[in-house]
Design a protein around this ligand. Structure first.
Ligand code: GUN
Length: 291
């Protein structure tokens, strides 16, 4: 069994990005700039956004954080989105999800200019991704592709089972693994809460990508010997032995599943770090496309 080390892949890619950022500065006097809108003060969202901002600084990019209170109206949020759309100094921005219930998430995503939508959530970018045209690929699926590539994992003709059909991870992941490029060319099964015989479907997976948000759901009896297992789960569970008061749990029962796998990604230290790195990579691409 080999561990898919997201920390290592992420550090290699961030070094490459830092080099390109310094070249952009020297050649074009251009510093890539990412902004994030954070609505409310959900602990997990705060952590993610802070990590995105910190990583920008680490590679020499500019970052801006716009904080809005949880009660902000949809209208004001859309005005903020428009300001960022119009800001010529900004290469890309994200609106951290989830948004409070009174705000229509899809409406906000549609308001972002596709060329600044470094999350790749706008229907134009999703459509381009489906058609295999150049576009921003959503950060978590993009991160998983880069891990598969770095470890030279064979994907052509394999059965890839994705658990979870979220617009952020599962759905785009299933499309990407079916495209006729590497990584891809898989026979894909996208499973979800209404799937029958989930255990049997998972047992036939050569590559199992789990993005359901249910801690330790996938057990050893669901996994084929030699499978590649990629765990996207990051649920906070109370843990008094940790300084923060919680531990991060994946969707896979790692200790019992790992011995059966050819490759497995751990939580933490797997996919999570790649999400941030991929967003930063999309921001660099956005900046370069304007030169
Ligand atoms: N919430 C969880 N993952 C993401 C992400 O990749 N982007 C945004 N904007 N919100 C998220």
């Amino acid at each position: 069994m080999k561990l898919l080390d997201g920390k290592w892949v992420s550090s290699v890619i961030l070094e490459e990005i830092a080099l390109e950022v310094s070249e952009l500065k020297n050649k074009y006097n251009k510093i890539p700039h990412l902004a994030a809108i954070l609505v409310g003060n959900d602990g997990a969202s705060e952590t993610y956004v802070n990590s995105k901002m910190r990583t920008c600084e680490k590679v020499g990019m500019k970052s801006s954080l716009i904080r809005l209170e949880a009660e902000v109206s949809e209208k004001i949020l859309l005005q903020e989105v428009d300001k960022l759309n119009q800001n010529p100094d900004l290469d890309g921005f994200i609106v951290q999800l989830p948004l409070p219930k009174h705000i229509d998430e899809q409406k906000v995503i549609r308001a972002i200019l596709p060329e600044k939508d470094v999350d790749g959530f706008h229907p134009d970018n999703i459509g381009k991704m489906v058609l295999n045209m150049p576009s921003f690929i959503p950060a978590t699926p993009f991160g998983i592709l880069q891990i598969i590539e770095k470890y030279n994992i064979e994907t052509s003709g394999k059965h890839c089972v994705v658990i979870g059909r979220s617009h952020i991870v599962g759905l785009p992941m299933s499309i990407l693994m079916a495209r006729n490029t590497y990584p891809g060319n898989c026979t894909v099964t996208l499973t979800h809460s209404k799937t029958k015989n989930l255990k049997e479907v998972c047992q036939s997976a050569d590559i199992l990508i789990v993005a359901m948000g249910k801690p330790e759901f996938v057990t050893a009896d669901m996994v084929k010997e030699g499978a590649v297992v990629i765990d996207v789960g990051t649920t906070r569970v109370p843990d008094i032995s940790k300084k923060s008061g919680y531990a991060i749990k994946g969707d896979v029962k790692f200790d019992e599943v790992a011995p059966k796998c050819s490759y497995i990604s751990p939580v933490p230290g797997g996919v999570g770090l790649m999400t941030v790195t991929s967003l930063i990579k999309n921001t660099l691409l956005a900046a370069k496309s304007k030169l």
